[in-house]
Write a protein that binds this ligand. Structure first.
Ligand code: CMP
Length: 136
């Protein structure tokens, strides 16, 4: 069933560093997403560890948390019909070298770590991730 959903999107340090946030935001808007809220922040390693807790047992966890806390990020609440899956399709595969033409990671991703964007992977996680960054 098609439903209006919210999802969390993060523009990661590699993309902020290359001044790509306006380009990436315009891709979301062109694809029918609305940006309900956004803020540019820098998080601590401890906050990154909390955010990525589901990946705690993965060999890349430490590096992942170092990376997300290495520079400013832009966190956004996106909405549209089926926002979670639509955002994942628009981002493309986690590893930019596997991402399809026309996806954000294909266009801007540098590596599996520096893959420019994060998006919630389920509606349940979207609620958790939105609450993590936008509690007030
Ligand atoms: P993201 O969608 O933010 O979710 C977790 C991140 O871990 C992922 O994007 C990648 O940037 C990063 N990562 C690093 N190595 C791997 C890996 N081997 N498999 C999946 N994700 C990885």
């Amino acid at each position: 069933m098609n439903q209006i959903e919210k999802t969390l999107s993060i523009i990661k340090p590699d993309a902020i560093e290359r001044n790509l946030s306006e380009d990436i935001k315009s891709i979301f808007l062109k694809n029918g997403f609305q940006i309900l809220n956004e803020k540019k922040i820098k998080i601590s390693k401890e906050e990154a560890e909390q955010f990525y807790l589901v990946h705690q047992s993965k060999p890349f966890y430490n590096e992942l948390c170092n990376y997300l806390s290495s520079g400013p990020i832009l966190v956004m609440i996106l909405t549209k019909e089926n926002a979670v899956s639509e955002n994942r399709a628009l981002m493309g595969a986690t590893d930019p070298k596997d991402a399809k033409e026309g996806t954000i990671r294909k266009k801007y991703g540098l590596s599996i770590d520096k893959n420019s964007v994060h998006g919630s992977d389920s509606t349940e996680n979207a609620v958790k991730e939105i609450n993590f960054f936008f509690k007030d």
